[in-house]
Write a protein that binds this ligand. Sequence first.
Ligand code: AIR
Ligand code: ASP
Length: 283
Amino acid sequence: MARRKKLYEGKAKILYEGPEPGTVIQYFKDDATAFNAEKKAVIAGKGVLNNRISAHLMTELEAIGIPTHFIRSINMREQLVRSVDVIPIEVVMRNIAAGTLSKRLGLEDGTILPRPLLEYYYKKDELGDPLVGEDHIFTFGWADPYELEEIAAMAWRVNDFLKGLFAGIGLRLVDFKLEFGRIWGENGELYLVLADEISPDNCRLWDMQTGERMDKDRFRFDLGDLVEGYQYIAKKLGLIPESGIVEGGNINEKLAENLDQIENEVANARRLRDLKASKPRKL
Ligand code: AIR
Ligand code: ASP
């Protein structure tokens, strides 16, 4: 394979320069980290499953009118996405108390919240992604009030949609984290798009019957084999065959490479600025 320019390496993904201006290749690693990378492991197949689950969920969200960065899957570990200016906020939506919310406020895990709770965290590893309020976001210019209003509206819609989608396969959507980015349209208009990934790495999903955790908490709190949970989700979503693509720590590469490619046709119709001609304005 030709040498590609690496743009950024994060804990779970690598970004490479894309084939056309304005695009980026998102590569999903098998690395798992938790608690600000205090806990680490490499889990064979995690990246493959997240790549596929995220491609599917982004495409489904695009179909209900949520703009996303996802363009199409390339292979079992890579997807083509739009290059965005990442907004440095982690948007967390919660339906049920778990994780840091339970800890911070002394709630019992599993407490159903009276209404979904929207939280913002400042995306800064060195600080451990601290919880912030709207005013911090405006004061430090991470997003303006118009942008945040749109981000919140999208987060609520994503929650309603994904809650229904997962309920349909017997899973309770406890909470999730979203990230957004900016891209520019043909006429200089700003699109806020859903970026990063939506996968069991950043959603909590509990089996409705048994309460079993199917998400990254399996790794965070040693609750069971992580890939087993992720594969269960991918199978239920109809994204991989019932036989699975990972077994005993081995990926069935042939099977994984030959799954049908996922393409975001709706997003392809979006009229974007030709980045060859001009750069987007800097905020
Ligand atoms: N999350 C937050 N930061 C990184 C991630 N992945 C996700 C978690 C969980 C939700 O946001 O996966 O689904 C809330 O996380 P926490 O740790 O604040 O309870
Ligand atoms: N992935 C993040 C980390 O490594 C947070 C988490 O998911 O727990 O800290």
